[in-house]
Every structure is written in C-alpha cells, then in structure tokens.
Design a protein around this ligand. Structure first.
Ligand SMILES: Cc1cc2nc3c(=O)[nH]c(=O)nc-3n(C[C@H](O)[C@H](O)[C@H](O)COP(=O)(O)OP(=O)(O)OC[C@H]3O[C@@H](n4cnc5c(N)ncnc54)[C@H](O)[C@@H]3O)c2cc1C
Length: 288
C-alpha cells in the first residue's frame, strides 16, 4: 500500500485565513481542494508537502454567477457542479462538453475547476476549454488580487502563474453575442485522459469570423493554444473549407509526443479532425 509522508493538516475558514496559512508554511505548504491529483502524487512521493491547507470550507469560492457581462466560476466549484449548471451550459456549451468527458462521476463529484487548472497537467481538459474562450484567472495573495489571462496562466507542464502564498480564487469568462463553443475529445475508453482534444470558440458577424479561440489538449501546444489556426480564421469567412484548413494548420503546429496513447502522427490526425469538428459545432451553436 502506498501512503504519503507525514504532514500537518490545517482547515482554512476564509480566503484570508488560507492566505495566512500559506504565508505561515511558505513553500512547504500546499493547498488541497478535491485532492484527486495531489493525494496520488503524495502517495507516490512525487509531492511531499509539510502541510496541507484545506480550502473545502470556503463557500465563497463555490459560486457560479453572471456578473457584469462575465460568467464567474469559483475555484472550488466541483466538476459535477459545473456540469449541473444550466446557465454555464447555455452560455458556454464548451464547458459541458468538456466536463462530460473529464474522468468519471467519482472524480467529477470531488475534483474542482481550480484544482484542474492549478495542476496544469498537459492532458487536463478544462485548460484547453478555458483557453479557447479566453478566460481570465483571478489570483489572490496577501498583497492583493491579480487578473491573469488564462493564456498566460500556464507557464509550463505542471506550472502556473500562481506564485508562492497565492490562491486561485475564480475564473472569469467574457460573454459575447454571436459566439458559439464546443469541445471534442478522443480517449482510449470512457473516463480516460485524452489522446487528443480540441476546444473551439467562434464569434461570427455577417458570415465573417471576428473572434476565434482554439485550445488543444495533450498534444504539446504551447500554452494550450493553436494560435496559428486562430490567426488564419480571424477576419475570414466562416465556411467548411476554412474550418478544414484551420484543422490542418492546428495539426501542423502542435507537437504531440508518441506514448502509450498513440503515435504522434495519429495524434496530429486527431487534432485536424477534432478542430474541424469543434469549429462546426461552435458555429452551429452561436447564440445572441
Ligand atoms: C482517475 C482520474 C482520472 C482523471 N481523468 C481526467 C480527465 O480525463 N480529464 C481531466 O481534465 N482531468 C482528469 N483528472 C483530474 C481531475 O480533473 C482532478 O480533479 C483535477 O486534476 C484536480 O482537481 P482537484 O480539485 O482534485 O485538485 P487537488 O488534487 O486538490 O490539487 C491539485 C493541485 O492544485 C493545487 N490547487 C488546488 N486548488 C487550488 C487553488 N484554488 N489555488 C491554488 N492552488 C490550488 C493543489 O495545491 C495541487 O497542487 C482525473 C483524475 C483522476 C484521479
């Protein structure tokens, strides 16, 4: 049986208290949310925090609400809660597409949006989805609050812009008329991590793409973004031919690695197909 090394346990009662505890333990303290990524890493001794700071009682981080033209999702919102939110699904169908294929109900009942983003696993589905819709991450520390575009949030595999002593508190998604979104994933079996997946957000005005967002999962895309394909789409007609070409561009510019989930050329093929498919779905779902 694998067991973690010994650690202190502290239960935060407010965001301010969590920040105090983070300051108290310094780099040896670690936030625990759903625990679905951190606990396995501790059992394998890949992580050995001296103290766990439990944020599960911070109900202020569990809200999903529309404020001032934005959908705001608290960092402690569980995958299952996001999936149950009719408003989130209506405004950003990409979120429901992605949440439906994150792991299994057991993981979704406990795992959190904030934990997924802070884990920054290159295979995390929500990272690409939030990248596609150009979300912003709200990060709080003892010195104040920072708003970081999700496209600048991921600084490398398993690394984020959340600094020592800071907490991710919220995701903010801009709501724009004429926008549709979708997420398409291929895994080896139900509940598995992606072989490859693509999130697309498309805003069209008079048949012309005025904003395109493309996030790629598990294929070595820098910051999860398919920026060359986005640039290609921007300002051009929203047609099937252009969506197919965007898929080819996204596939050509990502850097998938061959592993137990498949060879690199197969993953590249998936990126091309899934990009085109997600763009079609996003286009069909435009609202407002
Ligand atoms: C069997 C299994 C299958 C999975 N399959 C998938 C899948 O197909 N797709 C997918 O996307 N994910 C998958 N996951 C991951 C799942 O989505 C986890 O819930 C997620 O990775 C972590 O969320 P958590 O709340 O459990 O985070 P935790 O494990 O509690 O924390 C993860 C990391 O984030 C930090 N952290 C957490 N919250 C904050 C915060 N608010 N501020 C600062 N730091 C924070 C922690 O300190 C830790 O370093 C799977 C997990 C398991 C166990």
């Amino acid at each position: 049986m694998q067991v973690p090394a010994q650690f202190e346990y502290e239960r935060a009662t407010s965001v301010g208290h969590a920040l105090e505890l983070l300051a108290k333990y310094g780099p040896e303290g670690r936030v625990i949310a759903g625990g679905h990524s951190l606990i396995p890493m501790m059992k394998l001794r890949l992580a050995r925090p001296e103290a766990l700071i439990d944020i599960n009682e911070l109900s202020e981080l569990s809200r999903i609400e529309v404020v001032g033209g934005e959908l705001r999702i608290g960092a402690l919102v569980r995958h299952a809660e996001l999936l149950e939110s009719a408003e989130a699904g209506r405004l950003f169908p990409i979120l429901h597409d992605a949440e439906r294929v994150v792991a299994d109900p057991i993981v979704r009942n406990r795992g959190t949006v904030g934990g997924s983003l802070c884990q920054a696993d290159p295979s995390e589905d929500l990272s690409a989805a939030f990248t596609a819709v150009r979300a912003e991450a709200v990060v709080e520390g003892v010195d104040g609050t920072r708003v970081v575009p999700v496209r600048e949030f991921f600084t490398g595999p398993y690394e984020t812009a959340v600094g020592p002593g800071e907490l991710l508190v919220q995701l903010r998604l801009p709501i724009r008329d004429g926008t549709g979104s979708a997420y398409a994933k291929v895994g080896r079996r139900a509940g598995d991590w992606a072989i490859a997946a693509v999130g697309a957000s498309l805003r069209v005005d008079g048949g012309v793409v005025v904003e395109a967002g493309l996030g790629l999962t598990a294929v070595g895309a820098s910051h999860f973004v398919a920026v060359e394909a986005e640039d290609f789409l921007h300002g051009g007609p929203a047609t099937p031919e252009r969506f197919e070409e965007a898929g080819a561009i996204a596939a050509a510019h990502c850097s998938p690695a061959a592993d137990q989930r498949g060879p690199a050329d197969y993953k590249r093929h998936l990126v091309a197909q899934l990009t085109t498919r997600a763009l079609h779905r996003a286009h069909d779902r435009r609202a407002g």
